[in-house]
Design a protein around this ligand. Structure first.
Ligand SMILES: [Mn+2]
Length: 290
């Protein structure tokens, strides 16, 4: 595979190999090992990215293969305003370090990092870039790995979802505060966005199931056993018309990853829950006995 060093946003693997991360890599004697790990929708370069949680995840798990299923770096936002804290650099550092240690890393860019799609078929710092990929599980199933924005055209009615991962929600809340401040000054009662939000949620449920159906149908047409996608920030695993549908979720709100165990068993990890369970103080023995 041909190698490239010039990447969008001045990313240069050589810079990372010469640097140290701001959050040092945790020394964990035994990282949980998986055959494969899929993560997507990290949205580096936005305030929404749960960078610390993802750093914690990367420091606790390892795999033979790591798939980056798109929207890893948010190019749309970066073009508007540069937001790049040290923790976002730390994630790139960890990914490249992993490649160095021998993990096969396959990067399937999404729509927010579509500027990387032009490098499909090339590798940088040991990270292979592909437009889509086929993963073979330990028990011989073939899974198509794709970001999922490929279907946006047929899902035009739900265009608002394209803005997931940026500060749209924060802006809506700020707008709501401003609006209600003005309403209060005019002697008007408080107006809640909850009604509006509920309508959106109903819309989101319809959107997700429609997306899942379309993606599964496409996978079936391509003759594979299943599909792994991202894009809609909704982790899921289920069978749709005989096709296995997997979505690895996101690292903005859900903070989930899809993993394959060494026997081919698939699982969705909810990392915020795992961290909470780890940090929860142990119940006193007396209470357990009572
Ligand atoms: Mn996307």
């Amino acid at each position: 595979m041909a190698t490239i060093t010039r990447l969008p946003f001045g990313l240069d693997p050589a810079d990372f190999s010469a640097s140290t991360p701001s959050i040092p890599e945790r020394v964990i004697t035994e990282r949980r090992r998986y055959r494969a790990i899929w993560i997507s929708d990290v949205h580096l370069g936005t305030r929404g990215c749960a960078a610390e949680l993802l750093i914690d995840f990367l420091d606790h798990v390892d795999s033979d293969t790591l798939y980056l299923v798109g929207d890893i770096i948010d190019g749309w936002r970066l073009k508007k305003k540069l937001y790049w804290p040290a923790t976002h650099n730390d994630i790139v550092w960890r990914v490249l370090k992993r490649a160095n240690r021998g993990t096969r890393i396959i990067y399937v860019p999404g729509n927010h990092d579509e500027m990387f799609r032009q490098f499909s078929g090339l590798s940088f710092g040991g990270v292979e870039i592909h437009r889509t990929a086929i993963h073979e599980t330990a028990d011989g199933r073939r899974l198509l790995v794709m970001h999922g924005d490929e279907f946006d055209a047929v899902m035009l009615s739900h265009r608002w979802l394209a803005y997931l991962g940026d500060a749209a929600y924060e802006m809506m809340m700020a707008l709501n505060r401003g609006l209600n401040w003005a309403r209060a000054r005019m002697g008007l009662p408080y107006w809640s966005i909850s009604k509006y939000a509920k309508a959106k949620v109903k819309n989101a449920v319809e959107f997700i199931s429609k997306f899942e159906e379309i993606v599964a149908r496409e996978a079936g047409a391509r003759g594979v056993d299943g599909v792994v996608a991202g894009h809609i920030h909704a982790a899921d695993m289920r069978s749709i018309h005989g096709i296995e549908y997997y979505n690895d979720g996101d690292w903005v709100e859900g903070c989930t990853a899809l993993v394959e165990h060494f026997d081919g068993r698939m699982e969705i990890l909810h990392w915020a829950d795992e961290v909470a369970a780890r940090e929860r103080p142990r119940e006193p023995e007396a209470r357990a006995a009572a």
